[in-house]
Design a protein around this ligand. Structure first.
Ligand SMILES: C[S@@+](CC[C@H](N)C(=O)[O-])C[C@H]1O[C@@H](n2cnc3c(N)ncnc32)[C@H](O)[C@@H]1O
Length: 294
């Protein structure tokens, strides 16, 4: 049987809806990809056309039940533990000592946000590094938050159970220490799981706090057009405390776009990272080039 595909008109309508809800910009070249992803929703709902699926999404009452599935279907969620090893070397060897220095004589608390956390690997990697490297860990109040618009991914993050692919870059000793192996899966130990919380958050909206010490915003800006990138950066910047840092992915659109640098209002402080003015003066080496294995 021939698989149905979104017609050009249907694609335009659905892509517009995706943009309005998520800020994700889908060019027409993604028509086959989008058709494949939404076809699974048609099957689940026993619908026989994209037109009836679109009608359902426009119907407020039915849409509220379908929206989480729709958002999960249209997002790209690729991630894994210790993605970009050089970044995590920086985090362990430079950022942790720097934050310890910054917080001397102040409340010993650290807030980290993995914005667009997907299934949680980035947030849990930060938690593992902190648990291993933060001196006198028990005396600190550490909060690692992850957020995403895909409810499927948030459910996976909350479960904390991963496959071979997700854990492949974790050093053996670290993997043995923080995971239990069960039925071919890797189950995070409660001592790491309990450090991290996940919630639904759309980057179009402001985040609940303005006290973040370090925000990760990696591998998501590339899905947005310039207007949405600006909006997201304004929101993320508001959430970061004076002196706090933002780390973006290797595909960093801020570096070469003055309009994005302006709205962000944070100075580059090494490749792929930015620092908000107003913090205590703590001098650190800039992070080395992170071009490999993003
Ligand atoms: C490729 S993953 C990146 C995961 C992780 N940050 C990393 O670098 O490994 C991109 C994530 O962005 C999320 N996303 C896309 N648009 C979003 C939005 N408007 N608000 C919040 N999350 C969004 C997707 O659901 C997806 O899980």
């Amino acid at each position: 049987m021939e698989l149905i595909k979104l017609s050009p008109t249907e694609f335009k309508k659905v892509a517009k809806l995706i943009y309005e809800r998520t800020g994700i910009h889908l060019p027409e070249a993604k028509c086959t990809l989008l058709s494949n992803r939404l076809r699974r929703r048609l099957r689940a709902l026993k619908l026989d056309s994209f037109a009836s699926y679109y009608e359902l999404l426009l119907n407020d009452a039915k849409c509220s039940a379908e929206l989480p599935h729709f958002l999960s279907a249209v997002t790209t969620n690729e991630t894994y533990f210790f993605r970009n090893e050089r970044l995590w070397d920086f985090f362990r060897e430079q950022w942790i000592p720097e934050i310890v220095e910054q917080k001397k004589g102040k409340t010993r608390s650290i807030q980290i946000w993995s914005a667009a956390s997907s299934s949680g690997e980035e947030a849990y990697t930060a938690a593992i590094c902190l648990k291993e490297k933060l001196p006198d860990f028990a005396s600190w109040r550490v909060s690692v938050m992850g957020s995403d618009i895909s409810q499927d991914m948030l459910d996976r993050a909350n479960a904390g159970i991963y496959n071979d692919y997700a854990v492949a870059k974790i050093p053996q000793a670290t993997r043995r220490k923080w995971f239990d192996e069960r039925d071919g899966h890797f189950v995070l130990k409660p001592s790491i799981k309990s450090m991290v919380s996940f919630k639904f958050h759309n980057l179009r909206d402001t985040f609940a706090t303005s006290r973040i010490d370090l925000a990760f915003l990696r591998n998501v800006l590339m899905y947005f057009d310039l207007e949405m990138k600006k909006r997201v950066l304004v929101n993320v910047s508001k959430s970061i405390a004076p002196g706090g840092r933002l780390i973006v992915g290797d595909v960093d659109p801020i570096r070469n776009t003055p309009a994005l640098q302006d709205v962000l209002g944070m100075a580059p402080s090494g490749l792929n990272q930015y620092q908000k003015p107003g913090g205590p003066d703590v001098c650190t080496r800039p992070m080395a080039t992170m071009s490999k294995g993003n």
